[in-house]
Write a protein that binds this ligand. Structure first.
Ligand SMILES: [Zn+2]
Length: 418
């Protein structure tokens, strides 16, 4: 058992003490006289807020940050990203994921829903660095039969091992996209999902071309195609969903599926505007994600919240669209609950995931509305400390092992560009 006492932190404009035991927030009160293994006095200089939950990442792609930008999606994927990723070893994925975790911790994120090769490396890295992760084997048939065999082996091992994962790991099966896997693979995965209660994570309706190709090949739209395969459920996580029609959104709402909205990636790759407000009105659950660092190019949920709000206001010509409170909720409690976590809000009994934000940071002064400030003004420099599952991942901006990870990432960069 471990315990942590946070003294004199600002919570809802009041000074409080917060007692955390094991991984839960046990007590919040104006003053608490309780012994804890660790006690930190913030002297009313920091405010406590929920941490962020990133709905869609390719964490190890941090190693390709800035390697190829400003290109059309398929030219970018076929000529730059995929040829580089082929060279990735487990070492690259480990260091890339470590680098991603560092960046996420600095920017207040404690959970990421990842889609990448060598999921055991991703899971181990996230667990070692103290973050929560949703991950598992991924499928991409168009890489050839050798790769398909490797994917089958990875799935078999995953089914044997997933019960041994840390409680901070949420198992999932990932499919790159409907155009890169064969129908029989989707049918096989559906059978697995019938037997195991995993999340199902897929890029869907990201480009107009994907929609047109799906209509030509399958005679229906992408979401209808997934539904025909039995793959739309409350455990389905749809990355992007930009070109979903009104009927598809209604279908998603009926099935309880979630769309992960990634405005920065969508804008950067010029893929189009996802109308989150319209999706919500039709009953679709929408959370936020950053996508990988080569299409964003960072993993900062504060940047994602701001862009989600500004993109909606601009595209809809409506200044009231996607207000700060709404996007903050999407990045915190809504996302945590999507993944079945009792977290994303500072409340007694909830999982102890939190950030401590420096109220004296210039970006937060004078401080009329902390949620507005976090969405429209804050950046990583405002975040002093990060707690996940009851333990510090960052304290006074310090993360254990940071310099060594940066050094390793810098060395691997040379290997990729050669
Ligand atoms: Zn993606």
């Amino acid at each position: 058992m471990s315990s942590l006492l946070l003294k004199q932190v600002i919570f809802k404009n009041q000074s409080v003490d917060i007692y955390i035991e094991n991984n839960r927030i046990q007590k919040i009160d104006t003053t608490l006289s309780v012994h804890a293994d660790e006690c930190v006095d913030y002297k009313n200089q920091k405010t406590i807020l929920p941490a962020f939950y990133n709905g869609h990442t390719h964490a190890a792609m941090t190693l390709l940050r800035g390697y190829a930008d400003d290109l059309p999606l398929f030219e970018w994927l076929n000529n730059y990203i995929w040829p580089s990723e082929v060279k990735f070893t487990k070492k690259h994925i480990q260091v890339g994921t470590q680098l991603a975790c560092l960046e996420m911790i600095h920017s207040g994120t404690v959970f990421f829903n990842d889609m990448y090769w060598h999921h055991p490396v991703v899971i181990k890295t996230a667990t070692d660095m103290g973050l929560r992760v949703c991950s598992g084997p991924i499928f991409l048939d168009t890489l050839g039969s050798k790769s398909q065999k490797i994917q089958q082996i990875a799935l078999k091992k995953f089914l044997q091992k997933y019960k041994t994962f840390s409680p901070t790991v949420i198992p999932s099966l990932g499919v790159h996209a409907i155009y890169s896997v064969y129908p029989k693979t989707l049918e096989r995965l559906k059978k697995v999902l019938d037997d195991y209660d995993f999340f199902f994570h897929i890029h869907l309706s990201e480009t107009q071309k994907e929609v047109e190709d799906c209509l030509k090949e399958h005679g229906c739209t992408p979401a209808e195609y997934l539904d025909k395969k039995g793959l739309l459920s409350p455990k389905t996580l749809i990355a992007h969903g930009i070109h979903l029609t009104k009927d598809e959104l209604k279908l998603l709402a009926d099935r309880g599926a979630t769309v992960v909205h990634m405005p920065v990636s969508n804008m950067k790759l010029s893929n189009g505007f996802f109308d989150c407000t319209a999706a919500n009105e039709l009953g679709v659950n929408v959370i936020l994600g950053t996508d990988g660092a080569s299409s964003n190019n960072c993993l900062d949920m504060m940047g994602e919240m701001k862009t989600a709000s500004l993109f909606a206001k601009h595209a809809l010509q409506n200044v009231t669209a996607m207000p700060a409170q709404k996007v903050f909720h999407m990045a915190t409690q809504a996302a945590a609950e999507t993944f079945g976590l009792q977290a994303g809000v500072i409340e007694e009994g909830k999982l102890a995931d939190a950030i401590l934000v420096d109220l004296n940071n210039t970006r937060l002064v004078p401080g009329y509305n902390i949620l507005s400030d976090m969405v429209y003004s804050a950046d990583s420099s405002c975040i002093d400390s990060v707690i996940c599952n009851g333990r510090f991942l960052m304290k006074n901006k310090q993360i254990k092992g940071e310099d060594a990870i940066i050094e390793k990432a810098l060395r691997l960069k040379v290997g990729i560009s050669e």
